[in-house]
Design a protein around this ligand. Structure first.
Ligand code: T3D
Length: 263
């Protein structure tokens, strides 16, 4: 797949997906959406993959929709953006949320439009200190999609979410971290090593426990305290029945390293 708009590499148990249209700052066209969906299907089907890591090739992470694909010539038939959203962007965000394995985004450069919001849909976002997040939508008469209106207020609060989305002001990586939008920032040359280290750390942990953990944290935004306590009870019950829990406790008591099986 080396000439593809999406590059795929499996490094140990980590699946590394790289957006690969660097001359367009990895903006999405239809071909790239389709290649990404196929790659994610392949990853889903591979039970040995324990973590998904997404990044971009070149100086940008992703500039959202390729605007060159939109025919806006006078008199041209208007594009139904709702259709691309339902065909491509929404299913992508939904599958990132529903992923069985943890998702990491290594933001190597500018993340704009849907590109920013795809990053924010991942569990752990690490950015190069040269990267920036731009909710560019208001500049072209649109509004944040790909979960932007969902994640922004939850991550940074209403005032900052409205500022970012209405003003489209670029937010530098360091400030994004200070605001709680992302997990961490590092030097560009260290980005992939840092992201892979986090991925390998996650990949080595009990897989079912991690899946229950991320699902419960994500569900909390829509739950009452009572519903969330019940979800915690049910999830703890499931986690407590796993072999990995028994192994972890045994290893702790025997002062040895655990040998997890993902069961
Ligand atoms: O349409 C639907 O299906 C609905 C879904 C929409 C989802 C969306 O994402 S809507 C938002 C679309 N994205 C944008 O509006 C971003 C447009 N780009 C920018 O605002 C800026 O390029 C950036 C802030 C991202 C980066 O600025 P800068 O100064 O670092 O780079 P640049 O010089 O503007 O861009 C470099 C090249 O990438 C340039 O090409 P060139 O001149 O070197 O040949 C530029 O045209 C190209 N590029 C950047 N973004 C896009 C793009 N080409 C096509 N589509 C883009 N989105």
């Amino acid at each position: 797949m080396s000439q593809s708009t999406i590059l795929y590499e499996k490094r140990n148990t980590t699946a590394i997906v790289t957006f690969n249209r660097p001359d367009k700052l990895n903006a999405f066209n239809e071909k790239m959406h389709q290649a990404l969906a196929l790659t994610l299907d392949m990853i889903d089907a591979d039970d040995s993959v324990r973590c998904l890591l997404i990044t971009g090739k070149g100086r940008g992470f992703c500039a959202g929709q390729d605007l060159g694909d939109r025919n806006v010539a006078p008199g041209a038939k208007k594009t139904d953006l709702g259709a691309t959203i339902s065909t491509y962007y929404n299913p992508l965000i939904q599958r990132l949320h529903a992923s069985k394995i943890p998702t990491i985004c290594a933001v190597n450069g500018v993340a704009a439009g849907a590109g920013a919001n795809i990053a924010l849909a991942c569990d752990i976002v690490i950015a190069a200190d040269t990267a920036k997040f731009v909710e560019v939508f208001s500049n072209i008469g649109l509004l944040p999609d790909s979960g932007g209106t969902y994640h922004l207020p939850r991550h940074v609060g209403l005032a900052r979410a409205l500022g970012l989305s209405l003003l489209a002001t670029p937010l530098k990586a360091e400030k994004a971290k200070d605001w709680g939008l992302i997990w961490d920032v590092c030097a560009p040359d260290d980005l992939m090593a840092e992201a892979v280290k986090v991925a390998e750390n996650l990949a080595a942990k009990p897989a079912i426990g991690l899946a229950l953990n991320r699902a419960a944290i994500r569900a909390s935004f829509n739950n009452t305290i009572d519903a969330q306590l019940e979800l915690e009870r049910l999830s703890m019950q499931k986690a407590g029945f796993t072999d990995d829990y028994a192994e972890a406790v045994a290893a702790f008591m025997e002062k040895r390293k655990p040998r997890f099986t993902g069961k």
